[in-house]
Design a protein around this ligand. Structure first.
Ligand SMILES: [Zn+2]
Length: 454
């Protein structure tokens, strides 16, 4: 078998670790994956791969695109290995590949669809050598973690094998040019929309000058951030031409025309949010590159649904409720959510739950991300109410007695010093009049110090 006895021992150890986790009622791929990488750091390259390997990366949309791809390929009757519920770091990818082989190391999947964290490219791509890499976009992410999208483009490019075919977003001035001249590539795009402008505005535009001569770019149309089509006035740069394009996007009727390399076909629009229009055309491009018949490719969108982890919609008592989850501490992701909310007609109330959990353990709360968000989208007369508060997760934690919740409660106390004694802290959590805490007993005892009424 590929890699020899060390690979086999690594596979057994990881599978046994995963089995032990399941027996004890715990899920997860990270720990077995880490064990595998500890035993064999090159396991991603050494293990037997499915016949086709597709990697999906990018700042936003990689979970949606990889889930849709996996589902579409399963619909084609293929056995698909995918880390859709697992980690997209090297350990998660390693464990997904281990899950896709038997105890003797034989592959039992036809294709692997692997979501990859952009910053893990150097740990994953050289060994994996994917047939296809999709990059959905590269926009600003958490600045503490990902720095600038140009840096992330460099991280991916420097790890890309020359044989990997790239499927790139032509409308993204940064993501569209990753890789080297050796990489075969094709592009996808969304044709000009009525809402597009001629000149960029907003808080975050990360590509505005020609990469060759530094002249300010001229925009054919501008959509958001550095997404749109642009060219250099001196003629030495132009956004690439897309072979796969979404045209005639009809949000209310959920219809779109997918131009598959010159072959235009009407299709169901899985979701009218612009980020999901990009996701759909990216999926169409990959399926076409994998040789799926175009009739079946297009009809697959009749049944595909974007994952509900980041988007949910329901009507309650005649009121339409839309829940959008954006990446924590990422202003440009908030802008897309605001833009989508602005596209709804009628009176709106917006509830912004801010993630306070991510930085709970740090001494300094970094609020820089909020300046990247375009709140202008909410400054319209139909937005009648905006409610801002911390995330429900934080509140729930505060109300329970778990270890994590005590930390959360104490961090809130730190901000409203003096630090409480243990007995005061316990009293506050159980207080019936403090708005910051939930109570579990009724009637609850009142705080001795925290409440004026106590
Ligand atoms: Zn130029």
């Amino acid at each position: 078998m590929r890699g020899g006895p060390r690979v086999l021992l690594t596979i057994w150890a990881a599978k046994l670790a995963a089995l032990a986790l399941r027996v004890t009622g715990r899920a997860g791929t990270h720990v077995p994956g880490r064990i595998a990488r500890r035993l064999h750091p090159g396991i991603i390259g050494a293990i037997r791969h499915p016949a086709r390997v597709v990697v999906v990366t990018g700042t936003n949309g990689k979970t949606t695109v990889s889930n849709l791809l996996a589902e579409a390929l399963q619909g084609e009757g293929m056995r698909v290995a995918s880390n859709r519920s697992g980690s997209n770091l090297a350990a998660g990818v390693a464990m997904t590949l281990i899950d896709a082989v038997t105890w003797t190391g034989r592959s039992r999947a036809d294709v692997a669809v692997l979501e990859m964290d952009e910053r893990s490219a150097k740990l994953i791509l050289p060994g994996l050598v994917p047939d296809i890499l999709v990059c959905t976009n590269l926009t600003r992410d958490s600045i503490k973690r990902n720095a600038h999208p140009d840096y992330i483009a460099w991280v991916i490019s420097s790890a890309l094998p020359a044989s990997t075919t790239l499927v790139l977003n032509a409308d993204d001035l940064i993501a569209s040019s990753i890789g080297s001249d050796a990489n075969p590539r094709t592009h996808f795009a969304v044709d000009r929309l009525p809402t597009d402008g001629d000149t960029p505005h907003g808080a975050a535009v990360d590509a505005a000058i020609c990469p060759v001569c530094d002249a300010p770019l001229v925009w054919d149309y501008w959509r958001f951030n550095h997404i749109g089509r642009a060219h250099c006035p001196n003629g030495d740069f132009r956004s690439p031409t897309a072979a796969y394009r979404a045209q005639q996007v009809d949000g209310p009727n959920r219809r779109v025309v997918l131009d598959l390399d010159g072959d235009a076909r009407p299709a169901t629009l899985i979701n009218p949010n612009i980020v999901n229009v990009y996701n759909e055309v990216a999926v169409a491009a990959v399926l076409d590159r994998l040789g799926i018949a175009r009739e079946r490719l297009v009809s697959a969108f009749d049944r595909l649904q974007p994952p509900t982890t980041r988007f949910q919609e329901e009507t309650v008592g005649g009121v339409e409720l839309v829940r959008l989850l954006t990446k924590g501490l990422v202003g440009v992701a908030c802008s897309r959510a605001f833009e989508y909310l602005a596209s709804f007609s009628g009176r709106k109330a917006v509830v912004l739950n801010i993630d306070e959990v991510s930085e709970r353990t740090t001494d300094v709360e970094n609020t820089a991300w909020t300046y990247d968000a375009d709140y202008d989208y909410l400054a319209t007369s139909d937005v009648q109410q905006i409610v801002v508060g911390e995330s429900a997760a934080t509140t729930r934690r505060c109300g329970s007695r778990s270890r994590a919740c005590r930390r959360s409660a104490s961090s809130r106390w730190r901000r409203s010093s003096p630090r409480p004694t243990r007995s005061t802290s316990r009293a506050r959590r159980r207080c019936s009049t403090c708005t910051a805490c939930t109570t579990r007993s009724s009637p609850a005892p009142r705080c001795r110090r925290a409440c004026a009424s106590g």
